[in-house]
Each structure stands twice: as structure tokens, then as C-alpha cells.
Ligand binder design. Structure first.
Ligand code: ADP
Ligand code: MG
Length: 697
């Protein structure tokens, strides 16, 4: 296959090369301009593009097309229509019009709308996003689209994402113009999302209702071996896994997805895939496709891919690192420090803007990664804590400090500039990438946001980042555009901004308890659970931010808030019901059966030899009976808490009840069950063990 890669790469994508080849010159020019500038497509060329797309798709084996969109469920949605169009009564032709390409109608009533549905019509429509290439998959032409209500409210994650990209472009260009850049036409932000996942054997998976219904194990005693030997991280790939990864890579390459790096992760049976970064809306689409294909290809190999943030207690869970930067259409990365003093000042200003944005909108950053599944990772000593902070590396932190204190920076090679601002030395990546515990780290020429959960759509974290940074840019541009002396004004702005936001910089161990205390002293937010976080979502300053930059309207914000709470409650509810079913129908009866066998054994022994030692039997019987009784009581308690929570009508109070009452009840039940597992004979235990799940792949 190795020799075929350049040939197969992107072969199923209607990409720039295909467009240039197949579209009339004028149409191609108009379309690429639309893509480059982020404008809407000129309706007059739509028919031509649609027809070319259809012909190409049919050659690739497509019979159908679909508007592919990202409703607020967190996964993608699609509805397939065939190209056929009747001619007379016995014949058909294959047709696809510009209208069908640009806009589709869809019944929105079964997708979560967080109240938007009640206020507006049930109909929704999908609108083509020409910035993300169409592709053919499973005999269907996929057209990436945005999904809106009939009155124009965004019912998806993509629309606000595209709007946030516009916001950072608009405000960022103002900054660039101030530095004399008249050639850049568009600022793009780029994302590379590293995806972690677990693999499990399908036959083992099928025996676990918890994995099937909830994606994570709700019971399970630790295996004798976990990740303590650290022998899995970057270890050699098992044959079955490497065959799976090879298939996965090939499928992704065909779709033009730059799958680049793959390796074993920290936990047994845990792996990672990293693509090469690209424009954010493409990166989001591609991450969703990566997740879809991880699952799909696994099936072919008799495996199941687990994307849950915490499939197994006691070993590392899975996250996603969102590498983020901003670059111009001329290819300049704004997070590259640059070599001249002027470039340095620009870099420091942009750095200040990002630091300010993250500090001002800590709550939104935290909310953007808040998810019931991710609550099991954040702050658990394996992923960053729930506190947002920034790591910029020692060198840069020293520079920032020297600016704040108004003294010269005595760094290795760095000099000092006229404005009292030290020059920034060119970084070696290894000097900035050491702190793996930081939630938001500068890694040489990009920031890495490390709090994302593995199952999440990466749109929201990027919507927040883009919009918050756009706001910093806006405030900066407002000051600088009116400044009498630009150089002095910039220097002051940089100094003032760093001084005001020093508290968000932290280079120590983010997993430690001391940091929690220190962060509190600094006045940083520590929103421990998703529910704590969601409550901050529609704070006045957040609503204002989204509205000011045209990213989300108040109705759209409120709808998302409602979905956050609803979704959280639903997830915990399913977990609680699954636990109840497994405990009542499988685990408690299994332990009873085993206890009966022990009792029978003891009875049989005594019948023959009345004085025989039956202490093993009595001891086991006692322990198991006691634990089983406690487990049963815990089930009863969980049932009560679950039904109490489910009856609460207020969405926030309901979510609080799930978080504060139902989860502790689930934890109690689990503790008794997990204590019985090592005492119960293998043949009686109804579930595959942690050892079997993690080491039998
Ligand atoms: P690691 O984080 O494991 O050290 P790398 O630094 O090589 O790995 O890259 C991690 C991810 O960051 C990759 O997906 C890569 O494409 C992405 N990346 C690199 N440069 C940028 C950039 N300028 N903008 C966004 N993502 C980037
Ligand atoms: Mg990384």
C-alpha cells in the first residue's frame, strides 16, 4: 500500500485540485474566492458547481447525496437523497441542482434545540459550507453544511464556529493593519486535534451492558496490572492493533484527512491518532470523521473503539489536545515570535491578547470542555485540573515578568529594544513543551488546549477561543487606532495587559493540591463539575461577548445552556438505570448463586466429617452476604435518588440532583460490587474483568 498513498490521498474529496480540473475557469475563480474570503456563494455559479460535483461523485460510485451537519447532539447527522429524477414514466436521469447543493430542508423537530423549537417552527434548513470540501463516502456525496432553524437561529455547532472564525478575522486584521500589513486578506485559525481512544475486543464488549449503554464501565475491580509499569506508552503495537490502524489510516487518507501520528498511550489498550493541523472548520469536520471511522473500522476487525473520556476507573482516561494558532492567508503564523523587533512587538501584543482572553473568559473555556464524561478526568491527576491557567514556558514568562517590572530581560540571546520591550528569542520547542500538566500551554508557535474530552466535538472550545481572542483584539485595536504615538501606545498596552493578567500564568504542577490553594488565592475559578461550569454560561459578560461578535444571539445562547443541563442529566440517568439493572439482574443474583454453592459445599463436607474445617466457606459466605446486602441497599438508595431527580422539572435543579445525589449513590453501589468481585469465583462473575477487557486485545 505504501506506494499508493500519494495516489489515494484525498481521492474521495472534491478538493481544490478536482475543482480546478472540472470547473470552468471563471466558476473556479469565483468559488475559490468565496472559500478564501469566507463569503457566501454567488448563486449564479451554484448550478455549474453542483453538476460538476454530481458527475464526479457518480464516477466515485455515489448514487445519493446528503447535507451533512452537526446538530447539538454532539454527533453528526445526515439524510440521504438519491440523484435520480424521473423522465417520463419509465426512465430516470441523475440530477443535482445548485439549489439542492446550497440549501436543504430538514425537519428539525427531533434534534435538540433547547427551547428554540418551542419558539420557532419545527422546520430547519441546512446551508452548504463551501469552506469544507464535499466528499464521497459509502456511495453518497457528503456536503458539509450548517444547520439553522427556519428563522435563522443556529441549531448546530458549525454556524457559531464559522461566525467565530469571522470574528477573529475581522478584529485580527485591524491589528495587522496597525502593524502595516496591507497584503493579508484573511486571518484563519488553525487546529490540530490529537485524538485518544481505547480499543476492546468486540466479544468482550458485548458482555458489558455498561459499555454498550454508556460507553464506560460502571463496575469493575482493578486488574492486577494497570499502567504502573508504563510499558504501554509508545510501546510496540500489537499485530491486531497495527492492522486496525493501517486500515484506519487508509480510509482517512482517502477522505483527505492528514492522519500523521499514531502510537500507544499511557493506559493498556489506549492509543492516539494525531492529524496535521488545518483550518478550523475543516479540522472540526475531520475530527468528527476520524471518530466515526475509528468506530467503523474497529467493527471490521472484531474490535470496538471506545471514545468515552473514562472507560475504566483507575487508569488514564482519554482526552483530546486542541492545538490552536492564527495565521494569515499569506501563510504567516501570528504565534511565531519572529526575528525583527517589530515582529516581536506584534507577537507580544498577540500573546497579551490571548492571555487576556483566557483570563477574562476562564469560565467559558471551562464550560467548553464540560461534559459528564470529562468530569471523571479533569482534576483526577491524569488530566489538567478544572482550573484554567496558562503555561508559556520559562523563557517567555521571564520576558513577561521583565516587561511588567519594567526591567531589561537578561535572557541568553535576547537583546533589548528601544521601547523597553525585550526581544523574544526564537524558541526551541523543547523549552516550552515541558509542562504536561497545564490546561493551556504555549508550545513554540501554537497553544495547546489540553482539557478537551475525547468524545467531544471540538467546535465549542474553538468558538470560545476565537471569540474571546477577537474581543481582546477589538479592545486593543480600539485603543491603538486612536493613539497619537503608536509605538508608545503599544508598549504601554502590552505592559498593562501583562500586568493585569499575570495571575493566569502558572508553570508549576497543575495536578497538585498546592495549586488548587494557590489558584484560589489568585482568584481563579475552580469549577469542579460540569454543572458548576454550566451555571456560568449565560453570565452577562459571556452573553455580551457572543452577541457583540455576532457569534450567538441571546436565544441561541439560552438554547445551548438548556441543552447542556438536559444532556448532563440524561447521561447520568442512563448510567444510573444501567447500574440498577446490572446489579439487580446480574451481579446480586450471581453472588447469591456463588454463596449457595459455598453453603452446599460446607454442608456436604460436614455431612461426611462433622468436625471438618469449614472456615473458608463461613468466612467467604459472611463477607459476600454482608457485601451483597449492602449492595442491595445501595441499589434501593440509587433507585430512590434516580426517581427523585428524574421528577424535578427545573433543568438546573435536576442536573444538580444528578450531580450531588445520584452520582454519590452510584459510587456507593460500585464500591460494594467492586469489593465482591475479587471474592467471587471467576465462573460465577457475570462480567468480563478489567484484566480481560484491557489485556485481551
Ligand atoms: P505533540 O503535541 O505530541 O508534541 P506536535 O507538536 O508535533 O505533537 O503536534 C501536535 C499537533 O499540533 C499536530 O496535530 C500538529 O499538526 C498540530 N500543530 C502544529 N502546528 C500547529 C499550528 N500552527 N496550529 C495548529 N496546530 C498545529
Ligand atoms: Mg499534544
Amino acid at each position: 500500500m505504501t506506494n499508493k498513498i500519494p495516489e489515494i490521498f484525498g481521492c474521495m474529496v472534491f478538493n481544490d485540485e478536482v475543482m480546478r480540473e472540472r470547473l470552468p475557469k471563471e466558476v473556479y475563480k469565483s468559488l475559490t474566492k468565496t472559500i478564501a474570503t469566507g463569503r457566501t456563494i454567488d448563486a449564479s455559479i451554484a448550478d455549474v458547481v453542483a453538476n460538476a460535483m454530481k458527475d464526479w461523485a457518480i464516477e466515485k460510485g455515489a448514487t445519493h447525496y446528503t447535507h451533512w451537519f452537526q446538530p447539538l447532539t454532539g454527533v453528526t447527522a445526515e439524510k440521504h437523497d438519491s440523484f435520480i429524477s424521473p423522465v417520463g414514466s419509465c426512465k430516470v436521469v441523475m440530477e443535482f441542482s445548485g439549489k439542492e447543493l446550497i440549501k436543504g430542508e430538514s425537519d428539525a423537530s427531533s434534534f435538540p434545540s433547547g427551547g428554540l423549537r418551542a419558539t420557532f417552527e419545527a422546520r430547519g434548513y441546512t446551508a452548504w459550507d463551501p469552506g469544507s470540501y464535499a466528499f464521497v463516502k459509502d456511495g453518497t456525496l457528503y456536503i458539509p453544511t450548517a444547520f439553522c432553524s427556519y428563522t435563522g437561529e443556529a441549531l448546530d455547532t458549525k454556524t457559531p464556529l464559522l461566525r467565530s472564525m469571522d470574528a477573529i478575522n475581522t478584529q485580527g486584521l485591524r491589528i495587522l493593519r496597525l502593524f502595516g500589513d496591507t497584503t493579508s486578506k484573511r486571518l484563519n485559525n488553525t487546529v490540530g486535534a490529537e485524538q485518544e481512544y481505547f480499543i476492546i475486543d468486540k466479544a468482550t464488549y458485548d458482555k458489558r451492558k455498561d459499555l454498550i449503554y454508556t460507553g464506560r464501565t460502571l463496575f469493575g475491580a482493578p486488574a492486577p496490572k494497570g499502567q504502573e509499569l508504563e510499558d504501554h506508552y509508545f510501546g510496540p503495537l500489537k499485530t491486531r492493533i497495527s492492522e486496525y490502524m493501517a486500515d484506519l489510516d487508509e480510509a482517512l487518507w482517502k477522505l483527505g484527512i492528514n492522519s500523521k501520528t499514531k502510537h500507544n498511550e499511557a493506559a493498556p489498550a489506549q492509543h492516539e491518532l494525531a492529524p496535521i493541523y488545518e483550518t478550523t472548520n475543516m479540522a472540526v469536520d475531520h475530527n468528527l470523521l476520524i471518530m466515526e471511522y475509528m468506530k467503523k473500522i474497529a467493527e471490521k476487525h472484531g474490535l470496538v473503539c471506545l471514545l468515552h473520556e473514562k472507560p475504566y476507573a483507575g487508569v488514564n482516561g482519554s482526552g483530546k489536545h486542541n492545538n490552536w494558532s492564527i495565521s494569515t492567508d499569506t501563510g504567516k503564523n501570528l504565534l511565531d515570535p519572529g526575528k525583527t523587533p517589530a515582529e516581536n512587538v506584534k507577537f507580544l501584543l498577540i500573546l497579551a491578547a490571548i492571555i487576556k482572553a483566557v483570563d477574562d473568559y476562564q469560565d467559558l473555556m471551562r464550560i467548553s470542555v464540560a461534559h459528564a464524561g470529562n468530569d471523571h478526568r479533569l482534576g483526577a491527576g491524569e488530566a489538567p485540573p478544572a482550573i484554567i491557567s496558562i503555561f508559556v514556558g520559562e523563557e517567555l514568562e521571564q520576558i513577561i515578568k521583565s516587561i511588567v517590572d519594567g526591567r531589561a530581560y537578561k535572557g541568553a540571546k535576547a537583546g533589548i529594544m528601544d521601547l523597553g520591550i525585550p526581544t523574544v528569542p526564537t524558541f526551541r520547542k523543547d523549552t516550552t513543551d515541558r509542562n504536561r500538566t497545564s490546561p493551556f500551554a504555549f508550545t513554540g508557535n501554537k497553544f495547546e488546549f489540553r482539557m478537551l474530552g475525547s468524545s467531544q466535538n471540538v467546535a465549542m472550545p474553538n468558538i470560545v477561543l476565537n471569540t474571546a481572542v477577537a474581543e481582546s483584539f477589538k479592545q486593543f485595536a480600539d485603543v491603538l487606532e486612536g493613539a497619537e504615538d503608536f509605538d508608545t501606545a503599544v508598549a504601554k498596552l502590552i505592559k498593562d495587559t501583562f500586568s493585569a493578567h499575570m495571575r493566569i500564568l502558572f508553570d508549576g504542577n497543575g495536578y497538585s493540591e498546592e495549586w488548587e490553594k494557590e489558584a484560589e488565592k489568585r482568584g481563579l475559578l475552580n469549577l469542579k463539575t460540569s454543572v458548576d461550569a454550566y451555571k456560568q454560561f449565560n453570565a452577562e459578560k459571556n452573553v455580551k461577548l457572543f452577541i457583540d461578535h455576532g457569534v450567538m444571539s441571546e436565544v441561541e445562547i439560552n438554547s445551548r445552556e438548556e441543552i447542556y443541563f438536559e444532556n448532563y442529566s440524561k447521561i447520568v440517568n442512563i448510567e444510573a438505570l444501567t447500574m440498577i439493572e446490572m446489579a439487580m439482574r446480574d451481579i446480586i443474583p450471581a453472588v447469591n448463586a456463588y454463596v449457595t454453592e459455598i453453603a452446599d459445599t460446607a454442608g456436604a463436607k460436614e455431612a461426611i466429617l462433622p468436625d471438618i474445617d469449614i472456615s473458608v466457606e463461613t468466612d467467604l459466605m459472611t463477607k459476600l452476604s454482608q457485601l451483597n446486602a449492602k449492595a442491595y441497599a445501595a441499589v434501593e438508595k440509587l433507585k430512590k435518588e434516580e426517581s427523585r431527580a428524574a421528577k424535578i422539572t427545573d433543568a438546573v435543579k435536576r442536573a444538580e440532583a444528578y450531580c450531588d445525589k445520584v452520582i454519590p449513590a452510584m459510587n456507593a453501589l460500585r464500591s460494594y460490587v467492586d469489593a465482591m468481585e475479587p471474592l467471587t469465583a471467576t465462573e460465577y462473575w457475570p462480567l468480563p474483568t478489567y484484566g480481560e477487557m484491557m489485556f485481551n486485545v
